[in-house]
Design a protein around this ligand. Sequence first.
Ligand code: ADP
Ligand code: ARG
Length: 369
Amino acid sequence: MCDKSKCSCKKKGGQAAASVVQLLESEFTKYLEKPSNSLLRKYLTRDVFDKLKTRKTRFGSSLLDVIQSGMKNPDSNIGVYACDPEAYTIFAALFDPIIEEYHEGFKPMDIHPPANWGDPSVMPKLDPENKYIISTRIRCARSLENYPFNPTMTNEHYFEIQDKLSRALESLDGELKGKYYPLKDMDKETKQRLIDEHFLFKEGDRFLQDAHACEFWPNGRGIFYNDKKTLLAWCNEEDHLRLISMQMGGDLTAVYTRLINAICKMERQVKFSHDKRLGYLTFCPTNLGTTIRASVHIKLPKLAVDLPEFEKIAGTYNLQVRGTRGEHSESEGGVYDVSNKRRMGLTEHEAILEMGKGIAELIKKEESL
Ligand code: ADP
Ligand code: ARG
C-alpha cells in the first residue's frame, strides 16, 4: 500500500519537472494541429493548459499523465484519465467541464448523492416474452483507498491490489462463491474463449495503452467468477476492480440483486476510494459517481436500420449504444449493447431505473414500427 509516511510519492509534491513541462508544450502544439472532436480538445484551452502545465499531484503525476492518451488518439471521445485520486482536484479546471458535459449537467458545485441501492424488485420487466433481449449485465467500478491509478502504479501496487481483491472475492459465499484466475497463468485459448463469451476484458485497447494503463501486463491482472459465471470481477484492467453481475435474458431485478449482494459484502472487507463530491473514484471521469453501467444485449432490427437515428433516439433516454463486444466494437448479427450513459448526480437505483425505463421505451418504439 502507499504508506504516506514512507512512500516516495510524498516527496514528489510541488511543481512538475522542467523536462515534463517542455514535453507537454511540444506535444500540445503538435496535438493542436490535428483535428479532434474530443472533450479534451473542447476544454483544454491555451489558458487552461498554461494554468495546469506545471502542476503535480502528491503521487508525482502531471498533466501529461492526464492527457497523453487523448493527445496520441485525437479520435478519442473524451481523451483524459485521472492518474491518481488527487488529479480530480489538481486538474479540476480540465476535469470539471468534461464531467459536466459527459454526466449531463453535473456542475462543479454539485454533490453526488450518497450511495442508495434502493429496492431491486421495483425494476420494470423488460422483455417478458424473450423477444428482444439476449442478456443483461450490470457492472460497477471501485478503486482501493490510498493507491494511485494506472499510470502511477508500480509493479508492487498491481500485485498488492490483486492480493487484497482476490482474497476478498474468494471469501464470497453461497451463489457468489467462486475462484480468482490470474491472467499470468491463463493460456491463450482460455483467454480468447472468455473474451468471446463476453466475460473477460479484451487486451490491446490503444486508449488505455497510451494512457500507460497497461504497464507490467499481465502482472496483477485477472478475473474472478462463480460457477454459473453470473458474478464476475476484473482486477486491475482499467480500474482496480470491476464487479459484474450478468445472466441470459432480461431479468434486471435478478442481475441487480446479485450485484448489490456482492458489492455490499466486498465493501465490508475492502476500503474503497470515495469522494464527497464525486462519489466513487475511477480512472476515467466517465465512470465516476455510481460507476454503474447497466446494459442489455438487444436486437431491435427495425430501429437499428438507421444507426445514427437509433443512437439519437437512445440518447433521448440518456442511453448509449455500443457494439456486441463493448466499447469501440461493431454490432455482430444485429446485437447491440445499450446502457445508461450518465453515472453521476443520481443514485445507483435511479441509474438502473433510467436504463430500465429507456430500454422499455426502445422496445415500445420497435413494436410500433
Ligand atoms: P465496461 O464499460 O462495462 O467495461 P465494455 O464495453 O468494455 O464495458 O464491455 C465489456 C464486455 O462486456 C464486452 O465483452 C461486452 O460484450 C460485454 N457486455 C456488455 N454488456 C453485456 C450484456 N448485456 N450481455 C453480455 N455481455 C455484455
Ligand atoms: N479514452 C477513451 C475515449 O476518450 C475512452 C473513454 C471512455 N471509456 C472508458 N472505457 N473509460 O474515447
